[in-house]
Design a protein around this ligand. Structure first.
Ligand code: P5A
Length: 451
């Protein structure tokens, strides 16, 4: 992409309404624009990152054997009357009446709808196990939408629903989700710690939230500092292997880590004092096992091998896709702007032309642009007729992890400058070597292209 042909409405001033750094930088970098409280347009740069995150979530869900689909945002109230949640959900549910006086709602989550789909088609144990998921906009009429995409009213969520024959199989589905989530967040450059939590309006009493530690997080958390030493890495996972998934769950959840809803002071005090931590975190996902709560209420049953009819065992599993942008920025920025992890960066590399209009500099930038594009990468070329300081400030603000700077002086010696946004370190290389290095870096981050 050439910056002169893009739409990147960068703001110089810090917007006064933004209280936390991620919200400030998303507005300043021209990623989002508020259209009403807690409702945003995703401008091109924000949309690109949203789609990268969404693609990683899809890839990891499908790797775990979960089946993608798409359910609508609007739902009929009658489904929710069957489960009893139409009345229970309260004011967070946006209720709408259509022209025929039918009660509708903008879905805050999809347990009822997916249970209805399941009961319409699946009757036998032979069709299990099954996990269906989608990534779709949700609406929750939050009393205090704030911090930009962190607590929106309209927000993007991956929600998945497992259907299993018995409790053990459903617990394996739970474990499989936990493992796939650990992998997903690590690919985005995040450490998200599973913590015992509360079921809230979704239900069930076995649930973990995934928290990214950050001072600006809305949840208070209590944990053993040893949990922060755990990393998932690039281990091979067989998602059908019950013992392997169980042992990873144990590895990541046996140390004390809880949100304030389930915090137990006595247990916490058993941790050696120097490892006790009280901090704040951003909830980027939550998994639930709730057994037959919805299937019993809605008559979603299956025939077992010996001919009995039983309600199907279920759980649901969510990732806050739009919230993740805020969480990643909270975890990765400095005073100049965002620092995108390679896995989710909107463009792989920036190209800064120090002297637009200089024949050699223009030609070298064009050649770099072509070489990076031919290698399957997405460069952002700042081809504006601006002074160097302004170009650097924009690149720093939008946070591309790598920048190639091209100027007549370097070119006279056959070199360009490759700079890491994270460390600020630069090296002089031939243009070919700079391209080669960027290609090698991204070979480790198979990030989806496009948009
Ligand atoms: C699990 C999937 C559920 O709704 N039903 C389907 C279950 N869980 S949840 O914890 O309530 O939401 C899942 C994730 O969505 C994000 N989230 C939000 N993001 C932005 N703004 C909001 N107002 C908001 N509410 C929830 C969180 O990341 C949460 O973990």
């Amino acid at each position: 992409m050439r910056l002169t042909r893009y739409f990147l409405p960068v703001l110089k001033e810090t917007p006064s309404e933004a209280q936390i750094v991620s919200h400030r930088y998303m507005l300043r970098a021209g990623m989002i624009k508020q259209s009403a409280a807690g409702i945003y347009s995703w401008l091109p740069l924000g949309f690109r990152v949203l789609k990268k995150i969404e693609s990683i979530v899809h890839e990891e869900q499908m790797r775990a054997g979960h089946v993608p689909m798409l359910m609508p945002t609007m739902q009929p109230a009658d489904l929710w009357r069957e489960s009893g949640r139409y009345d229970d959900y309260g004011q967070e549910m946006l209720r709408i009446t259509d022209r025929h006086e039918r009660d509708m709602l903008f879905g805050p989550t999809n347990e009822e709808m997916v249970t209805d789909i399941f009961r319409s088609y699946v009757k036998s144990y032979k069709d299990l196990p099954l996990t269906l998921y989608h990534i779709q906009w949700k609406f929750r009429d939050e009393i205090r939408p704030r911090f930009g995409v962190m607590r929106g009213r309209e927000f993007y969520m991956k929600d998945g629903y497992n259907f299993d024959l018995d409790r053990d199989a459903a617990l394996h589905s739970y474990n499989r989700h936990l493992v796939s989530y650990l992998r997903t967040y690590e690919r985005m450059g995040l450490q998200a710690i599973p913590m015992r939590a509360d079921g809230g309006p979704i239900g069930g009493d076995y649930t973990h939230e995934f928290l990214v530690l950050a001072e600006t997080g809305e949840s208070e958390v209590f944990y053993d500092s040893a949990v922060t030493d755990l990393t998932f890495g690039d281990r091979e996972i067989d998602y059908d292997n019950v013992a392997q998934c169980q042992s990873i769950l144990e590895e990541f959840t046996s140390k004390y880590a809880r949100t304030d809803e389930t915090h137990d002071e006595a247990l916490f005090n058993e941790i050696p004092e120097e490892r006790r931590r009280v901090a704040r975190g951003i909830e980027v996902g939550q998994i639930f096992y709730f057994g037959t709560k919805y299937s019993e209420a809605m008559g979603a049953t299956v025939q077992t091998a010996d001919g009995n009819t039983v309600p199907v065992e279920m759980g649901s599993h969510g990732i806050g896709v739009s919230r993740l942008l805020g969480a990643i920025i909270e975890a990765s920025h400095d005073d100049k702007g965002i620092i995108w992890p390679e896995g989710v960066t909107p463009f792989h590399c920036g190209i800064v032309n120090l002297k637009q209009g200089d024949e050699a500099a223009d030609a070298a930038c064009e050649a770099l642009y072509a070489a990076l594009t031919a290698a399957g990468l997405e460069p952002l070329y700042d081809d504006r007729n601006e002074r160097a300081g302004g170009k650097f400030a924009t690149m720093d603000l939008i946070g591309l992890p790598w920048r190639i700077t091209v100027g007549p002086r370097g070119l006279a010696n056959g070199v360009v400058e490759l700079t890491s946004r994270r460390t600020g370190e630069s090296e002089e290389l031939s243009p070919e070597a700079a391209v080669q290095k960027i290609v090698e870096i991204y070979a480790k981050h198979p990030t989806p292209r496009g948009f």
